[in-house]
Structure formats: structure tokens, C-alpha cells
Design a protein around this ligand. Structure first.
Ligand code: GUN
Length: 293
């Protein structure tokens, strides 16, 4: 079994980006600037956004954190987005999801200018991705592709089973794994809450990408020998023994599944850090495109 080490790989990527930023600075160029908008004070969302801001500092990017109260109206949030769209100093920005219920996610995602949409969630960018056009690929699927590539995992002609059809991970992942090229050229099955007899499907998979958010969902009996296992789950499970009062659990029963897998991502230290590294990569791309205009 080979561990797909997202922590190490993401550090390699951050070092590569740092080198690019140093070159920009040496040439007297503006460095990339990412803004992140967070609404409310959900602990997990705050942790993710703070990690994104810290990662900017680590690679030499500029960053701006916009914190809005849970009670913010849709109009106020749309105004803030328009301000970020117009602000020439900012190359790209994200609005952390989920949003409070008074706000329509789709309206917000549609309001972000596609050139600044480093999450790749705007329909224009999502459509380009599906059509193999150059664009921002959503950071978590992009991170998974990068891990598969850097570990030289063969995906051609393999049966990839994706668990979960979220707009952020499962849906784009299912498109990307079936695209021409590498990583890709897989035969893809997208499973979800209405899938019947999921064990029959997962046990035929060469590659399983689980983005469900149910701790220990994927058991050893659901997996064939030598399968490649990608665990996107990051659920906080209360634990009195833990210093923070919770532990982070993936979708995969790692202890038992890892005995059968050829490659597997750990949680934490797998897909999570890759997501942040690829957001930085998208921000670098946004800066390069912005500069070329
Ligand atoms: N919430 C969970 N994952 C993500 C992500 O990749 N981007 C944003 N904006 N919100 C998220």
C-alpha cells in the first residue's frame, strides 16, 4: 500500500508557487492577491478560511479576509461581491460555503465574475471544465487529479466510482475522471443517496473517490483488492479525549481498507491540504491572466 501523502505533496506545490512569486517580486511585478469572504461564525468554515489565508502568507501572496455577520442580507453580500469584482488589486476571490438560509447560493455564485472565480463554481467555468476548455477547476477535484498525477496512478480504462454528487466535489470529479487525457479516461459511475446496492458497485471499482461526509462509510468488504482509495470526507466527530473536543474522520474505515488498497489517502493529511494548494494554484493562474489583459 502506498500512502497518497497530501500534506507532503501540497508542501511541494506551495514551494513551487513560492518560487514563482519570488520571480514576480524580483521582476517588480504585483504578486497574486486572494480574497476570501466568510459569512457567520461556523467553526469548521472559519478554520478552512483561516487555513486559506495562512497558505497565502506562506507562498507570498497578498490576502484579504472579509468577515460578514450571519444576519447579512443577500443584497449586502451581492454588494460586497460587486466591490471585489471591481477591485483591480484583487485577482481572485471565494465565498466560503455553506451560506445562511436567507441567501441563495446560486445567486451568489452567479454574481462572482468568472475571471475572478478561483473556486471554479460559476456556470461559465463549470461549463468550460466539462468541455475541456482552459479554466479554473474546483480546488478539491483539482487536488485529487494532482495527487493521482504526481503518484503516477494509472486511470486509463479503469472503473472509477465516485460517491456523492455535490457540486463542489462529486459532480465535477465524475466529469474530470471521464475526460480525455490523464488523469482521466476512466469509466465513471456516479453514486448518490438513491443508488441501489452500492456495495455491488464499489466492489467492482478500480478507483473509489468518496465525498459523502459519513465517517467510516466505506468498509473493507466494499472494496476489491488493490483498489485506489481517495477519501474526501472531513467530518468533525465529538471526542472528549481530544484537545479540541472533536476528531476529524474521513468516509473510509482506513484501518481495514488500507490493508486491501494499492494507494490510499489518509484523513487528515490527504485531500484536505491539496484543496488549499490548488486554490493557490488557481489564484496564481488568475493573476497571470489578469496581467495578460
Ligand atoms: N466549502 C467547502 N469546500 C469549499 C470550497 O472548496 N470552496 C468554497 N467556497 N466553499 C467550500
Amino acid at each position: 500500500m502506498i500512502l497518497l501523502d497530501g500534506k507532503k505533496t501540497s508542501n511541494d506545490i506551495k514551494d513551487e508557487i513560492t518560487a514563482e512569486v519570488s520571480k514576480m517580486k524580483a521582476n517588480g511585478e504585483k504578486v497574486p492577491h486572494l480574497a476570501a469572504v466568510i459569512v457567520g461564525s461556523d467553526g469548521a468554515s472559519l478554520t478552512y478560511v483561516n487555513s486559506k489565508v495562512r497558505a497565502c502568507e506562506r507562498v507570498g501572496f497578498e490576502s484579504t479576509l472579509v468577515q460578514l455577520p450571519n444576519t447579512v442580507s443577500e443584497v449586502e453580500l451581492l454588494d460586497k461581491i460587486e466591490e471585489l469584482n471591481q477591485n483591480d488589486a484583487i485577482d481572485g476571490f471565494i465565498v466560503q460555503l455553506p451560506l445562511p438560509k436567507q441567501i441563495d447560493d446560486q445567486k451568489i455564485l452567479m454574481a462572482i465574475h468568472p475571471d475572478k472565480d478561483v473556486d471554479g463554481f460559476h456556470p461559465a467555468n463549470f461549463g468550460k471544465m466539462a468541455l475541456d476548455m482552459s479554466t479554473f477547476i474546483p480546488a478539491t477535484p483539482f487536488g485529487i487529479l494532482e495527487l493521482l498525477e504526481r503518484y503516477d496512478v494509472d486511470t486509463k480504462g479503469k472503473h472509477t466510482v465516485v460517491i456523492g454528487r455535490s457540486h463542489i466535489v462529486g459532480r465535477p470529479m465524475s466529469i474530470l475522471m471521464g475526460r480525455k487525457g490523464w488523469p482521466g479516461n476512466s469509466t465513471v459511475t456516479l453514486t448518490h443517496s438513491h443508488t441501489k446496492n452500492i456495495t455491488q458497485i464499489t466492489s467492482q471499482a478500480d478507483i473509489i473517490i468518496s465525498a459523502l461526509g459519513v465517517p467510516d462509510f466505506l468498509k473493507a468488504e466494499m472494496v476489491k483488492d488493490d483498489a485506489v482509495i481517495i477519501d474526501v470526507g472531513i467530518t468533525r466527530v465529538p471526542d472528549d479525549q481530544a484537545a479540541k473536543g472533536y476528531v476529524i474522520k474521513g468516509d473510509v474505515d482506513f484501518e481495514n481498507v488500507s490493508k486491501k488498497a494499492s494507494y490510499i489517502t489518509p484523513v487528515p493529511g490527504g485531500v484536505g491540504p491539496m484543496t488549499i494548494a490548488m486554490l493557490l494554484k488557481n489564484t496564481l493562474l488568475a493573476r497571470e491572466r489578469h496581467r495578460a489583459k
